[in-house]
Design a protein around this ligand. Sequence first.
Ligand code: FAD
Ligand code: MLT
Ligand code: ZN
Length: 560
Amino acid sequence: MVEGGALGQVNRLREASGEIEWSEAALELTRHMSKTNIRLSDYFSTQLHTHRNYSLIIDQISVLIISSLLQCNFRRCFGSAATVIERNTSFSTLNSDDVSYFKELLGEKSVVEDEDVLLTANTDWMRKYKGSSKLLLQPKTTHEVSQILKYCNSRCLPVVPQGGNTGLVGGSVPVFDEVIINMGSMNNIISLDKVSGILVCEAGCILENLISFLDNHGFIMPLDLGAKGSCQIGGNVSTNAGGLRLVRYGSLHGTVLGLEAVLANGDVIDMLGTLRKDNTGYDLKHLFIGSEGSLGIVTKVSILTPPKLSSVNLAFLACEDYFSCQKLLVEAKRRLGDILSAFEFLDNQSMDLVLNHLEGARNPLPSSMHNFYVLIETTGSDESYDKEKLEAFLLSSMEGGLISDGVLAQDINQASSFWRIREGVPEALMKAGAVYKYDLSIPVEKMYDLVDEMRIRMGQTAKVIAYGHLGDSNLHLNISAPQYDDKILAQIEPYVYEWTSEHKGSISAEHGLGLMKANKIFYSKSPETVQVMGSIKKLLDPNGILNPYKVLPQSLSSYH
Ligand code: FAD
Ligand code: MLT
Ligand code: ZN
């Protein structure tokens, strides 16, 4: 009755406007409105259940929302519950003069209008968020980035900075027609100080290329993650990526020593210091670490890289319950101390998924399925001492009943195959169908309670897959279903966010807020804090052209 009311209103409006063809947008609006009504009815059934004119109110609200939406551009996204975003009306639209300007500035080849390339750049890694940009720019120098932004700012043309497009929160692709500034052509390594291990490079360097380069010179990157083959250091810095070795080397707020960034008005801010200690005033580089391209475009990075150590060991272990995983972590920190370099976990549902969907994946402990799997890596400089230490730790953990089975990698190939299981879970999830991703910081002792609760909540409708960086209290909670369905989403959100907030966690441990969680920021940050963030955004990007609709809530970011 209520749904019919809303759909009826859309039909009446359509007839009144004399339109013959349904555009995709209008269809999407219809679907959205029926869902909005469901949520409104939930609201009214709790707030106004005695009100006699209940369905009339719903219909009136529907008309208001429909009318306002029909007058503006909108987009509904899958990532967060039926979010409708309006295109900022103060933005201008790309025209042929703009394209000519960019061609003059960058050369024809670096101004891409090819439909296939644009389709890829408009679509995120999960194929969940899709923009409709008509232009992708590939600057080769900081000066070019500066000129692009200066021009876009003067024309009020919105832009999306894009690295390897492996982000998981819809931050790296346009929402509407934003110009994509892809950083892949700025991929030069500038210097490596072989005494201090300080690497200076351009933002578009692919993480795996930096890892290989450093390996040849006896150093390693302080971060490593499953997307290393595509993601760029500029993207890593802009998302403050965590990854597999944060437990040992800390976050990028510690290892990034300096950076160069271009502001919305084209000003180049040179903070590319290479000093470990520099207390002269505000350390502004931190504003650009983790701000997801909303405050400036990172063009160069200076990063402290640790020396490559000769002895690396990897154990793949099985635990029967979550409490044992926790105890194992406490013991590993205490007993392995300085050589512990990774502590990762996955549950049996994750393992099942990997074995079913990843070609060539084999269970390192095939004799039976276990409830939990833990990877412990050590990195040190004394091969026999490190191995002895690890083996003694594993033996006592086995005797103490914390581990039920385990295997130590015998060579680098075996170690890669163990890592493939853990790093392959996101890819396996994509192959399994639709995925709702949550990346949470929760105190370790509470973390798996949420997973258990979600399994009860979801019942047979979807699978709950849990894995993550246990050493950093970072849970990757994923709900996997054959296809996207807003009914499933309504079972997950806002429950997951509320639960996390109640347990003093963070709704983003490492992936950021992007488009998916921009409006959810209040679950993790106070209104006063968000207000200050809004003021910083306004100061650095007064026209709001940098990655609009992302990171900050709509109420703050669309200040026109
Ligand atoms: P993009 O995806 O292109 O962009 C991400 C955000 O940064 C966007 O908001 C974009 O606008 C902005 N941005 C990109 N480059 C710049 C720049 N130069 N200046 C300003 N803004 C910029 N994340 C983790 O933290 N830990 C993990 O372990 C991890 N594992 C992953 C595994 C897989 C298989 C995948 C697909 C993703 C994983 N991620 C992980 C997500 C993660 O955020 C990224 O992989 C990575 O940090 C993003 O880098 P990118 O170059 O692909 O950036
Ligand atoms: C990971 O740790 O594998 C990544 O953060 C990606 C994900 O959460 O799926
Ligand atoms: Zn992760």
